[in-house]
Design a protein around this ligand. Structure first.
Ligand SMILES: Nc1nc2c(ncn2[C@@H]2O[C@H](COP(=O)(O)OP(=O)(O)OP(=O)(O)O)[C@@H](O)[C@H]2O)c(=O)[nH]1
Ligand SMILES: [Mg+2]
Length: 301
């Protein structure tokens, strides 16, 4: 199951206390600094799963100063792995701290506390900074398969990529987005949308956010339908009700299951939809050449 939202608490290490002087002479060392907390970014989209078991992360404290003017050891930094596409929000202020979009970045999230001075006026170390974070993942993909339930989205993902998404002859087979890779481009298979999804119907809006970072929409319409234009408009309306910007993305209409209808019907439908998208293509997972044609179109984008 893809977990795309989590809450965690992170804290830098506390600074170590300074060592007071002994009566005889000035020999109390400073405390060491507490470790910082960093985010390290990764391409593994399943990383938010780790937080269902553990949700508090604390860097190491600095050590206390010692006699002989010895500074205490600094605490070790802590790294938390997060998938690219994660927005990191401060729960208290509700502000976006950072949105991670590149793999292998290291971003400071909480500073560790400074160590206290040792000596005559020896002090305690500073406390490490603490934050409650909301993590919200939106998949980043070159293509996003969208459409009504049962349109054949997951079946196409499986044909185009190495993914092994479950497909079945009933609506809402896909409950979580699936990802696959087609010649170095990522394709996301988004769960089926129905009328009212943006208002919470069906699987609701939980996964609509995953369309936000998709570059090109692959809008699947099953030729089993009685009214392809209506199906098309239903999905487009949900996109625009959720966020109008989604409808500005480049779109390819894919008429699926061509093996279920005759060629004349397909041609008629293509005409009806012609003014809706520049690219309309028809495929069947049982028709190899049609899949090759689809791949050619995807390669050009
Ligand atoms: N005849 C035929 N059946 C197809 C074709 N593509 C998919 N199907 C069947 O249609 C049904 C639905 O396919 P899925 O790929 O699960 O559809 P989906 O759009 O992912 O559905 P949801 O996950 O529920 O939104 C399955 O029984 C598939 O085997 C096709 O080209 N021809
Ligand atoms: Mg599916």
């Amino acid at each position: 199951m893809l977990i795309d939202r989590a809450e965690i608490t992170v804290r830098g290490g506390h600074g170590g206390a300074g060592m007071p002087n002994k009566l005889k002479g000035p020999d109390g060392g400073n405390g060491g600094a507490g470790g910082d907390v960093y985010i390290k970014t990764s391409s593994n989209i399943n990383l938010l799963n780790q937080f269902s078991e553990k949700d508090t992360f604390v860097a190491e404290n600095g050590q206390m100063g010692a006699r002989g003017n010895k500074t205490g050891k600094d605490g070790r930094d802590l790294e938390i792995l997060l998938p690219v596409g994660t927005g990191v929000y401060d729960k208290k202020t509700r502000e976006l701290i950072v949105e991670v979009n590149k793999v292998n970045e290291r971003i400071l999230i909480c500073k560790g506390g400074k160590g206290g001075w040792g000596g005559e006026t020896a002090e305690l170390g500073e406390r490490g900074e603490e934050k409650r974070l909301i993590l919200s993942l939106r998949l980043i993909a070159d293509f996003g398969l969208i459409g009504l339930p049962n349109a054949g989205k997951s079946s196409l993902l499986n044909e185009l990529t190495n993914a092994k998404a479950i497909t079945a002859d009933y609506p809402f087979t896909t409950l979580e987005p699936n990802l696959g890779v087609f010649e170095e481009k990522t394709i996301a298979d988004i769960p089926g949308l129905i009328e009212g999804a943006s208002g919470g119907r069906g699987l609701g809006i939980a996964f609509l956010k995953h369309i936000e970072k998709v570059t090109t929409l692959l809008h699947c319409i099953s030729l089993e339908t009685k009214d392809a234009l209506r199906d098309y408009k239903t999905v487009r309306k949900e996109l625009s009700d959720f966020k109008p910007e989604l409808t500005k993305k480049p779109e390819i209409i894919i008429l699926t299951k061509t093996d279920m209808v005759d060629a004349e019907t397909i041609q008629k439908l293509i005409k009806t939809l012609n003014n809706k998208a520049k690219n309309i293509i028809s495929v069947s997972i049982h028709d190899f050449p049609s899949l090759e044609d689809l791949k050619k179109v995807l390669r050009k984008i």
